[in-house]
Design a protein around this ligand. Structure first.
Ligand code: CP
Ligand code: NVA
Length: 311
């Protein structure tokens, strides 16, 4: 059973095929063509945390591909009403895949462990692989190619930066995290990336201006992720020198693009001037969530179509 709990579940060739599929489906949509590739397919969305982009991009994407999606509210009682195996094996009788946003990564692993249907990670505390797909698609559109590009993440060694470090390793892009001391990426995660991709170009710095010097894209995310609310005061203090403002942007090449997964706390990790400025691709990046995930859904549930339509 093919799951998508993290980018470790797929090969670099799979990843490139998903990205090419996303590009083809996006071009078709722009030309007014909405092929019913996933007609009669149904996905469920099982979310333990709030979401705008992930939820709506999966629902809209599925609808545009001719399939259906079901958003499951808390009344389904995941983890509460019945055993994990009963819940998951029954859900698998009804749907072709489930997108799950969970507080703990172990919860999506448990859901996948029954192999009742493909499980797609819609964000956990460990990683956010669907976001990384959209981010690379956005970089590719901005520069014509993602090959050899340098992505600099200014902020927390969190779920978003961890997925970006891995996707850069898989695509032979360069990745730099500029973070305060004590907020680095998870050491086990990094070790696994380096073991799987020995040529990975990943570095961690604590000086944001030095980090962005050769950046093709500068990325930031909230200082306090969902679930970390108790740390908000300490984090605000620690991350203050890491705000993506005009001064930091001006330390990067003038060709650098600005990315943010959203939602943003304007005035904290990024200023209005930068988020709304000429170098920002942030709104298109959010739109690419849908296009990238269509590539993933077609790859998981409509592989025949790819063999006929994607080179
Ligand atoms: N970027 C992202 O995952 O947004 P949502 O939390 O709104 O889904
Ligand atoms: N790091 C953020 C990303 C939100 C899309 C969080 O986990 O809250």
């Amino acid at each position: 059973m093919q799951h998508f709990l993290s980018l470790f579940d797929i090969s670099p060739d799979d990843l490139k095929l998903i990205l090419r599929t996303a590009g083809v489906v996006k071009q078709k949509l722009a030309a007014g063509d909405r092929p019913n590739i996933l007609k009669n397919k149904v996905i469920a969305l099982l979310f333990e945390k709030p979401s705008l982009r992930t939820r709506v991009s999966f629902e809209a994407g599925m609808a545009q591909l001719g399939g259906e999606s079901l958003f499951l509210g808390s009344d389904v009682g995941w983890g509460k009403r019945e055993s994990p195996s009963d819940f998951t094996n029954v859900l698998g009788q009804f749907v072709d895949a489930v997108v799950c946003r969970a507080k703990q990564h172990a919860q999506v692993e448990l859901l996948a462990s029954f192999d009742a249907m493909p499980v797609i990670n819609g964000l956990t505390d460990l990683c956010h692989p669907c976001q990384a797909l959209a981010d690379v698609l956005t970089i590719e559109e901005a520069f014509g190619s993602y090959a050899g590009k340098h992505l600099v993440f200014v902020g927390d060694g969190n779920n978003v930066s961890q997925s970006l470090a891995l996707i850069c390793a898989m695509l032979q892009m360069r990745f730099t995290l500029a973070c305060p001391e004590g907020y680095e990426m998870d050491a086990d995660w990094l070790a696994k990336i380096n073991a799987s991709y020995p040529n990975a170009q990943i570095e961690t710095l604590h000086d944001p201006a030095a980090a962005v010097k050769t950046a093709d894209a500068i990325y930031t995310d909230v200082w306090t992720s969902m679930g970390q609310e108790a740390e908000v005061v300490a984090r605000r203090q620690a991350f203050k020198p890491f705000q993506l403002d005009k001064t930091l942007l001006d330390a990067a090449p003038s060709t650098a693009r600005v990315l943010h997964c959203l939602p943003a706390v304007r005035g904290e990790e990024i200023t209005d001037e930068v988020i709304d400025g000429d170098q920002s691709d942030i709104v298109r990046q959010a739109g690419n969530r849908m296009h990238a995930q269509k590539g993933l859904l077609v790859w998981l549930l409509g592989r025949d179509w790819i063999s006929k339509h994607v080179r």
